[in-house]
Every structure is written in structure tokens, then in C-alpha cells.
Design a protein around this ligand. Structure first.
Ligand code: SF4
Ligand code: SF4
Length: 389
């Protein structure tokens, strides 16, 4: 991995103090994120500009969170995918190391993002140094504050940490990721004027308010990256799984990816990919519009998954009589049921507030959470408790 890039910029006097979200534009050579079209790519690559960052990214990116085989990541880069996302905490910190090793000599041709969940300036900056060390790079292109669901969770000193990191040349652009509360957060981030990129859960199960949130951000020049694009995935189900017949539908996940890629305002997407077959399948989404057949397939698929899949709309927030964080719990359950990542799901479940650990939905005579989207909340919550508590 090349470790000279930032030093070159520093020695050339190209990195100067910056305070605004866009004020480092032009200081980094955009060529560091420009695609080099590989001659051996079997599909047509499709690029978009990531908001005012100016970075040209393939509409299919790579979410590395659950990938264990580095050769899948390396092959994706060889095929021309140029946006890769990881985070400090993925796979107990091992994911960044694997991603750094997998991308190796490709570092200068790709756009690399990572995240930190830390809640204060000092911890964030410490995490960033660890990330750079693990990724074996001098800088990341985008550094996200990880998993924020309301503006109050993003303090000024956290934004200051991102600005300091820019000044130091350790990051090029700043953003945050969010699974819920996107509508409020999108407007807030535009007003705040401190961020370059929004990493947002976005898929075909979501309603028009999410379309608006994405467009609010993108119209303001904020780059939008879509995650959770397959609405729970359920790709890894095997025919022997009891819910296979209900949740598996040939072609639905490719259609789901096309749905997001074709949404106005989205620059790139980061589906998880664990093997070569998934990579090959997802590559087909680039440059293809959503057909009437795809829309029909997605409508049928949504009907099947809706009792199981929480679309993180937030409409049930605060309605559990025992105070359980329903959307967070159901999102975590998806890691096990949808992605087959039981260890990850249990780890995330155990990070939820300890005061809820002993609560069992089976002890409620009636569930006070009513999901307008048809999720069987008490059943799904009970399953999460059974699996992880
Ligand atoms: S359980 Fe239903 S209402 Fe609650 S966040 Fe999920 S989809 Fe929305
Ligand atoms: S059944 Fe579970 S989710 Fe529903 S109100 Fe009781 S504790 Fe809350």
C-alpha cells in the first residue's frame, strides 16, 4: 500500500487549514479518485459524481462489512469498482486490516471510506489514526461519523474532529452514516453545512419521504451513498431454511439494487458481497434501468418480506411499553436472518442498553407497538431475544 500520497501533498504545501465542508476541494488531486477503466471488465461500468466532492464513483460500490474473503474485494477492484466502505468496528477491527491488504496497490485508484462510532473529538481522532494504520494508508477519502439517528448525537466537537482531520490531510471529505431519522438528518446536515457525504439506508421498501431526504441532500451538493439497499438481503438463505420459500425470489435482489442505483440523487451504493457469485450478479445492475418486470418483482418481494423486515421508518419509536429500541433490534436481527452473520448480530445486540437485557416480549400480554408496514414486531423481537440475549 502506498504511504506517500499525503506526504507528497504536505511537502508540496497543498494541505492548508480548512474549516468548511467544501473548502478542501481542489487541494487533493481528483485524479486520486478518478476511475481507471480496466480492460478486462466484463460489464459496462457506470460512474457518477459524488456531490461536490467531485469524486467519480462507480454506481456499484462495495460494502465490506461482512466480507471475509479478501479475494472478492481485490477482484471487485480489478473489475473496476472504485468505491469501498469499511468501518473501525467491523469484524472486531479486523475488517479494516483485511480491506487494506486486499486493495493493496489499488489504493490510488479507489475511493476508500471508513467510519468511527466514537462520541468525542479525542476518541474520534484516536480511532482515525488506528483506521489509517490498519488500512495501511495515509488518508481516507471519506470519514463518516458512524450510525447517527438524530442531530443531537452529532456534537460540535465531533465536527471539529473531522475538520482537524482534513487540516492534517488524513481525510479528504467528511460525512455521517444513518440507519434511521434520515428525513430530519438530511435537512439538518444541509443547514449545518459541515458535511460532504451522507451514507444512508435506502431501498425499495421505503416511502416517498426517503426519496425527499435523499434529494434534499443531493440538491445541496452532498454526495449520497446508499446502504441496506437490498432490504435485508435474505440472499444467503438456503432452500433448507424454514423461511426460504417465503423470502427467496429469483432476481429480486438484483432488481433491488437497480432500484436504488436508478434513484435520483444517489451516487453509489454499497451492498455487502461475500463471494464471487454475488459480485458478478451485482455488477449486472450498473448501467441498467429498472424494468416493469423488476418493479413487479419488487412489489411481490416486498409483500413477502414485510412481516420480517423492518424498514427503519421510525414510526414506532417510543411506543414499546418497556422502552425497547425496536428498530435497532430488528435491524440487528436482519444481520442474522438476512446476512447469516450471527456473531455480528449478537455482538451488536449486546451493545444495546443493558437495562433492556432481561426484558422478554413473551411476558407482555399485549404488544403496544403497531407497525404500519406489517412487521410482526413482538414475534421478531422475541426471536432476537431468543437468539442473542
Ligand atoms: S417496526 Fe415498523 S414502524 Fe417500527 S421502524 Fe420498523 S418498519 Fe417502522
Ligand atoms: S411485546 Fe415486546 S416490543 Fe411489544 S410492547 Fe412488549 S416488550 Fe415492547
Amino acid at each position: 500500500m502506498l504511504k506517500t500520497s499525503r506526504r507528497n501533498f504536505l511537502s508540496a504545501g497543498l494541505v492548508v487549514p480548512v474549516m468548511g465542508a467544501t473548502s478542501n476541494m481542489g487541494l487533493w488531486p481528483l485524479s486520486a479518485g478518478l476511475p481507471e477503466k480496466p480492460s478486462n471488465s466484463p460489464v459496462k461500468l457506470d460512474y457518477r459524481t459524488l456531490g461536490h466532492t467531485g469524486l467519480k464513483v462507480t454506481t456499484l460500490g462495495f460494502g465490506c462489512m461482512i466480507t471475509s474473503d479478501p479475494s472478492v474485494i481485490t477482484r471487485a477492484a480489478d473489475l473496476g469498482i472504485n468505491y469501498f466502505d469499511t468501518a473501525r468496528g467491523y469484524q472486531h477491527g479486523n475488517n479494516e486490516r483485511m480491506v487494506g491488504a486486499a486493495l493493496g496497490a489499488k489504493r490510488k485508484q479507489i475511493v476508500l471510506s471508513t467510519k468511527s462510532p466514537a462520541g468525542d473529538k479525542a476518541s474520534l481522532l484516536k480511532d482515525l489514526d488506528t483506521s489509517l494504520n490498519e488500512l495501511k494508508t495515509d488518508y481516507v477519502d471519506i470519514w463518516y461519523l458512524h450510525a447517527k439517528s438524530k442531530p443531537e448525537e452529532i456534537h460540535d466537537d465531533m465536527i471539529e474532529a473531522q475538520q482537524i482531520a482534513k487540516q492534517q490531510g488524513k481525510i479528504r471529505f467528511a460525512g455521517f452514516s444513518t440507519h434511521s431519522g434520515q428525513q430530519q438528518l438530511a435537512s439538518w446536515m444541509v443547514q449545518k453545512g459541515a458535511f460532504d457525504v451522507l451514507l444512508v439506508a435506502y431501498n425499495f421498501s421505503m416511502d416517498a419521504t426517503m426519496d425527499q431526504a435523499v434529494q434534499t441532500a443531493s440538491k445541496a451538493g452532498i454526495g449520497v451513498v446508499g446502504m441496506k439497499v437490498m432490504a435485508g438481503g435474505f440472499r444467503s438463505l438456503k432452500p433448507t431454511d424454514p423461511i426460504y420459500d417465503k423470502l427467496h425470489r429469483d432476481g429480486a435482489l438484483l432488481a433491488a439494487l437497480k432500484w436504488v442505483i436508478n434513484k435520483p440523487g444517489v451516487s453509489t451504493t454499497i451492498p455487502s458481497m461475500t463471494d464471487m457469485d454475488q459480485l458478478d450478479e451485482n455488477m449486472k445492475a450498473m448501467g441498467n434501468s429498472l424494468s416493469a418486470g423488476d418493479e413487479k418483482l419488487l412489489a411481490e418481494h416486498l409483500e413477502q418480506i414485510q412481516p420480517f423486515y423492518c424498514r427503519l421508518c421510525g414510526k414506532c419509536d417510543g411506543t414499546c411499553q418497556k422502552g425497547l429500541p425496536v428498530a435497532d433490534t430488528l435491524r440487528i436481527l436482519t444481520y442474522a436472518d438476512g446476512y447469516r452473520q450471527f456473531a455480528l448480530a449478537r455482538e451488536r445486540f449486546q451493545e444495546l442498553p443493558a437495562k433492556h437485557a432481561a426484558i422478554r416480549c413473551g411476558d407482555c400480554t399485549e404488544c403496544t407497538v403497531s407497525c404500519p408496514n406489517g412487521v410482526r414486531v413482538s414475534d421478531r423481537m422475541a426471536r432476537a431475544q431468543e437468539l442473542f440475549a
